[in-house]
Write a protein that binds this ligand. Sequence first.
Ligand code: ZN
Length: 451
Amino acid sequence: MPGTVVVRNGKIAEARAGRSRVDGVRNIDVGKLVVMPGVVDVHVHVNEPGRTEWEGFATAGRAAVAGGVTTTVVMPLNCSPVATSVEALNGEVRAAEGVCACDFGFWGGVVPGNVGELKKLWDAGVLGFKCFTVHSGIDEFPNVTRSDLEEAMPMIASLRGGRAVLLAHAEDPGAIEAARGRSGLDGEPRDYRKYLASRPPESELRAIQMMVEMCRATGCRTHIVHVSSGDSLPVIAKAKQALTGFSAETCPHYLAFAAEEIKDGATEFKCAPPIREMWHREALWRGLKDGVLDLVASDHSPAPAELKSLKEGNLAKAWGGIAGLQVQLPAVWSGAHARGCSLADIARWMCEAPAKLAGIEDQKGKIAPGMDADLLVLDPDAEWTVRGGELEHRHKATPYDGRSVRGVVHATFVRGKQVFSSGKVAFGAGLDGERAFAKEASGRWVKRSRA
Ligand SMILES: [Zn+2]
């Protein structure tokens, strides 16, 4: 549909149907390309300060804008110290300011014993909270138990009339411990089938059931991150019918890959919960289409080659995390297009719904008057092959390497300013001519507006 977006002072002033010239501003004609709201990625691990050798705001910010992501909301556990206090949050903000090319917000951490910090974190500007029901992989960020949640969730529910949300990594530690013994993974740590057996669907299901019960009991808004299993969907669907404050996401890698295609020792595919068999993938697509799953977020979490055990291919030891920040839009769009979904669906799952989860839907995630002019220019039909070595994030190992995808991001704008150009099309926007990033990293800290 031809349209015109008018941008003034970094905000969308007007969005109208039809191609028209506007006086008093620079006119950019993108021809047949698509203008979309910038992607809002609510699940990103940046690791800075403290673990910058894994990933940092400079590299993650460039990867984001090169992939059409204009806002990232950063997880609290990979920076050091972990973001379970205002002091640590401030450290993250200092690390990002002047360094990150896209806008950034933060989730605060919920760990045993920090309930006294939650209101302070909220007042300091976190967009909500994150907890793990199973070991997080980071010893300083221990998981919560039901009794910890009984303390934390009523506190979160009391913040700003119940609008604060708790995100949960839902896997059950007891189920995982039992499965790990049975799986045989420790004897054959390169065997992907054994890794899969060590984190079974029941474990996710059991933890989600606990979160549903806790949501009902406390009235705390609850969001399940990275749903990987088709078995979890009926429980989520039922919870969403009964409870207003319940939502769930899945990730590009669960939608793009299937266990049947993963070779033994391929630790670049390791994440937790794991990428499961094909039928789970198709169930997750149906979940998105039916609205059982609200949104897609990258769970971008790269690590250095040794920690990823790239040489040995040890799936028991390797860090669980997938580098997908830059390729998530084409990865999801490829699968969506093949299943008869539209770019409007993509905008709902990757822009509008994530902004709503983070409570920033009055600023981000939509092309509408008054919103930040966070925009991307996409060629939705162009196909290309991902080369891990050409991606912007710090460590290049990614399961997307060698994969053909659909959709090329040609330009990205954050609050009206062009921050990325593919160099492949010239439409007189400012960074044309070669592949380029804006010289200054002008990403800003995104907080809830006071209204
Ligand atoms: Zn994560």
